[in-house]
Ligand binder design. Structure first.
Ligand SMILES: [Zn+2]
Length: 260
């Protein structure tokens, strides 16, 4: 082996996002890596290595980085995930299905890595409401995809909103209007979602803060409204990210039907 090829060998932790068998004994795998974003790999003779291969598991991998399909030299299981409930199962499934649909470049790999690490540590904590974890994930992905801004005022009259205000979210154009301006905003083709402004500002807070930090005084109100928050975000996804993906909506429906 020459010096040049040695320098291309990398060592990283990675979460397995998806995999499928290739030829008789190999695998094609997709990993989220700490520093490289999402990359596709081939693991030659992978089936003979007797390593548990499962979506959501964390591995240490040594690989040879290539343009389209990187080659795994060594792979060791670092951490498996324990799934306690059906709800957790669907949640993990949705998270990795969604990640497989995004283009995660090196620039955002650290953000996603930290997000996934946080979500898995939260999943282990049985006291935390699973729907809050789901909401945090959905809103963070919107932020990274450039579909979520810091909303403070009406798009038309620039009136600054207070937490108790009723606002109208134009999901198509990603803008919010006050109740007066929405009357004159007569584009019937757009999907308008009426919502309380505090939900928008809470969602924004959730992107940057840990769920553990939600003050108890606010927690009750948030949990009472979690279905509305989830419905709002799922409508958002239907328009912008998953509009043709029937399969993932079936999984989301299953998730919503199962109680924690
Ligand atoms: Zn207005």
């Amino acid at each position: 082996m020459t010096q040049g090829s040695l320098s291309k060998i990398k060592k990283q932790e990675g979460y397995l996002i998806s995999f499928y068998p290739w030829k008789e004994s190999s695998y094609i795998l997709k990993f989220l890596l700490k520093d490289f974003g999402v990359l596709d790999f081939i693991l030659f003779r992978g089936k003979r290595k007797h390593i548990p291969i499962s979506i959501g598991f964390k591995y240490d991998i040594v690989f040879y980085k290539k343009e389209n399909l990187s080659i795994i030299k060594e792979i060791v299981l670092n951490e498996s995930i324990t799934i306690n409930t059906k709800k957790d199962f669907y949640l993990v499934h949705i998270i990795f299905k969604l990640i497989s649909k995004l283009h995660i470049s090196e620039e955002y790999s650290n953000f996603f890595w930290t997000l996934i690490e946080e979500i898995f540590s939260l999943l282990k904590n049985s006291k935390i409401d699973k729907d809050l974890i789901f909401i945090k994930f959905l809103i963070s992905v919107l932020k990274i995809e450039g579909l979520w801004k810091e909303y403070t005022k009406c798009f038309k009259c620039h009136k600054k909103f207070s937490k108790g205000d009723d606002v109208f979210f134009d999901l198509q154009n990603v803008r919010i209007y006050c109740s007066e301006c929405i009357d004159t905003y007569n584009n019937k083709q757009n999907k308008i979602f009426p919502i309380k402004f505090w939900i928008i500002s809470f969602s924004n807070w959730l992107i940057y803060n840990n769920i553990d930090l939600i003050p108890d005084s606010k927690k009750e109100n948030i949990l009472k409204n979690k279905n509305e928050i989830m419905n709002f975000l799922i409508e958002y996804y239907k328009i912008h990210l998953l509009y043709k993906d029937e399969e993932i909506f079936k999984i989301i429906d299953k998730y919503l039907q199962v109680s924690s």
